[in-house]
Design a protein around this ligand. Structure first.
Ligand code: HEM
Length: 295
């Protein structure tokens, strides 16, 4: 890590996203919960994208913002399934309108280049749903590498098995190399752009892996509010291994033309009624169209 950080200094790397490719092998034990073809024990090709929330070139890789990992699983018979995850366990808004209020309150004032502190504090006071994410980001320094980041489903999903039984689930991906965060001193010394070059160097040196862990919900667990995490004693099972073996800058890469809509899913998995999850699909379609056409 240190070596690759030093290499980057002064290179002026300005991309914010990187395409990755590899495979996912889902554990057959998960078939007790879902008929999803993700969990057959056979490797499934994956195309993905790492990103830094916010999508602006002005946001440095050291920002206390979530990082994203979006995956497209290329299933048999031309089926696809998406996981569009963040490296935080909860979201900062229970509803789309609360998210919108947060965007407005945190938009920099053109005169100062910074959000208006009064607007930010009145937003915080009136939006308790933003508190859990705010506390998590304040307590957990940004990760030192995408390869050392965990990633969470954030939302609750429904797994449906061959007997039509529905189980509420969340999941997270745990890096084999461990979760590693920048220290306060490293945060001050680290170049503003390092995440993309780092993951390209890491995958060139060898495959980078994560375990998928499935968290099994219990009846009555919150399913429609992604600002609330479940109690820590929920059953967890290992659900598979993600192996990423190559990474390249997004421009011209395999992920560039993918809209990682989180509602793209194959059989055996269904969305909860979380209003934020349901809102994401049309929002991503709109943003994707603008991104691809340059408007
Ligand atoms: C109302 C809430 C939300 C809105 C309006 C929103 C909006 C967006 C938009 C417009 C994009 C860019 C899509 C594109 O151009 O392809 C995006 C990307 C992304 N969002 Fe959200 N989002 C919301 C909630 C969430 C939540 C809860 C998560 C947590 C898992 C999340 C994770 C991501 C990730 C990982 C990306 C990057 C995906 C990629 O690489 O294509 N978002 N979001």
């Amino acid at each position: 890590m240190r070596g690759s950080l030093a290499l980057l200094q002064g290179k002026g790397v300005t991309t914010l996203t990187v395409c990755v490719a590899g495979s996912f092998t889902g554990d057959r034990a998960v078939r007790a919960y879902t008929t999803s073809p993700l969990f057959t024990g056979k490797p499934i090709p994956v195309i993905g994208r790492f990103s830094l929330a916010g999508g602006s070139l002005k946001i440095p890789d050291t920002a206390r913002n979530p990082r994203g990992l979006a995956l497209e699983f290329e299933l048999p018979k031309n089926n696809i399934h998406h996981f569009t995850m963040l490296n935080v366990p909860v979201f900062g808004a229970a509803t789309p309108s609360s998210f919108y209020d947060g965007v407005i309150a945190n938009t920099p004032d053109p005169a100062t280049g910074k959000p208006d502190p009064e607007k930010v504090s009145s937003y915080k006071a009136s939006h308790p749903d933003a508190q859990a994410l705010g506390e998590y980001l304040a307590k957990n320094n940004p990760v030192s590498s995408y390869a050392n980041s965990d990633f969470f489903s954030v939302h609750t999903f429904k797994f449906i098995n061959k007997n039509n039984k529905t189980t509420l689930v969340k999941w997270r991906f745990i890096p084999h190399d461990g979760v590693k965060r920048l220290s306060d001193d490293e945060l001050k010394a680290t170049p503003t752009r390092f995440l993309d070059q780092d993951i390209m160097a890491r995958t060139q040196a060898g495959p980078v892996r994560w375990n998928m862990v499935l968290v099994i919900g219990e009846p009555g667990d919150e399913q429609n509010n992604s600002t609330v995490y479940w109690p820590s004693n929920r059953e967890e099972i290992k659900a598979g291994i993600l192996t990423l073996s190559s990474a390249s800058l997004q421009q011209g890469g395999a992920c560039e033309k993918i809209n990682f809509d989180p509602l793209v899913m194959a059989q055996g998995v269904a969305p909860s009624n979380d209003p934020v999850l349901l809102f994401r699909s049309p929002a991503y379609a709109d943003s994707y169209a603008k991104r691809i056409t340059g408007h």
